[in-house]
Design a binder for this molecule. Structure first.
Ligand code: GDP
Ligand code: MG
Length: 313
């Protein structure tokens, strides 16, 4: 599904909060006297430092972006902003194509409450909309309510769930689910997992085992994607989560950015791209099945900077 053209309006709507906040920081930085937008190189570069730090871009990336701007050849603030957009765009790696005609397995991990189960239901729905057959593995065997929550979603979407009940070994659920999925030759398998904190060594080890099991039982010709679910609200902590989950999972393919509807900071998306080479694959923007949209870097960047651009004209 990363290959379907994104709906620009859904992503733009999702960005409303972040964009509004960004443009207010922008105004604070550039019009202390309530007057005008930056009109010179040094004004833009100085003011931008503030804006980027406030928006969670982090020191390392902010310095890099400002250095890029200092070296680039531009005159007006608008030209400067377009340089900035180019630098931001260059941060995002491409989503690797699936094997030709591939069936896909998604392993979904993340901390508690990040939105794993909801996102997985949304993915199931989106793939069903594309006419693909989907199965879900109930790998969260930790919480009593997890199975029920997943069944409700699965029923709503109309897809089968594999479960072994509370306290079962999630790896055993994976084995059962892959086997049923393979027997039915279905297109997409979505594996849910229990939320865990990246400092819970035993649970992180369990995740390692789940990953190994997926690798071991995945039939040839199937593409496995390991995605971290990250709340937009976590800000700077996203980097640490992504590093530690990435270690346990033997690498991440990318992440699903959730709750962008309730977050005002989007800078962590750029930090993750810059420091870890990770990008969002989808962005979740609410609690309904339709509230998931493929991530598109140009739309995201334009959306975020849109008002700033106007003010800088
Ligand atoms: N506003 C908003 N809420 C969300 C989003 N995604 C999930 N949630 C809510 O976050 C809570 C936790 O979601 P859940 O999928 O159970 O998280 P999990 O513990 O990671 O599986 C639920 O109340 C969801 O409805 C989102 O994109 N936006
Ligand atoms: Mg869950």
């Amino acid at each position: 599904m990363p290959h379907t053209p994104p709906s620009s309006s859904a992503l733009q709507t999702a960005l409303v909060k972040a964009k509004t906040q960004f443009s207010s920081w922008w105004q604070q930085a550039f019009s202390a006297d309530g007057a005008s937008a930056p009109s010179h190189r040094h004004e833009l570069i100085d003011g931008l430092e503030d804006v980027l730090l406030k928006a969670d871009f982090g020191w390392t990336l902010t310095e890099l972006l400002l250095a890029n701007l200092s070296q680039a050849n531009w005159v007006t603030a608008d030209e400067g902003l377009s340089c900035l957009k180019t630098s931001l765009l260059a941060l995002f790696p491409q989503i690797p194509d699936a094997l030709p005609d591939s069936r896909e397995i998604f392993l979904i991990a993340g901390v508690n409450g990040a939105g794993k189960t909801t996102s997985l239901a949304k993915l199931a729905y989106a793939y069903r909309q594309q006419g693909k057959s989907v199965r879900i593995a109930a790998g969260d065997t930790f919480r009593a309510a997890a199975d029920e929550q997943l069944s409700v979603w699965a029923e709503r979407v109309g897809v089968p769930v594999e479960s072994l009940g509370l306290k079962a070994d999630p790896s055993a659920v994976v084995v059962k689910a892959i086997s049923a999925w393979e027997a039915e030759r279905e297109d997409v398998l979505l594996i849910d997992t229990a939320g865990r904190l990246h400092n819970q060594a035993n649970l992180m080890a369990e995740l390692q085992k789940i990953r190994r099991t997926v690798e071991k039982f995945t039939p040839s010709g199937v593409t496995v994607r390991v995605l971290l679910v990250l709340e937009a609200l976590v800000g700077q902590n996203a980097l640490q989560q992504a590093m530690l989950f990435g270690e346990s999972l033997g690498g991440l393919d990318g992440f699903i950015l959730t709750k962008l509807d309730s977050s005002a900071k989007a800078g962590m998306v750029f930090q993750l791209a810059h420091q870890l080479g990770l990008r969002p694959w989808w962005v979740a923007t609410g609690e309904q099945l339709v509230d998931l949209t493929p991530f598109d870097a140009p739309i995201f960047i334009d959306g975020l900077l849109n008002d700033a651009t106007l003010k800088g004209a």
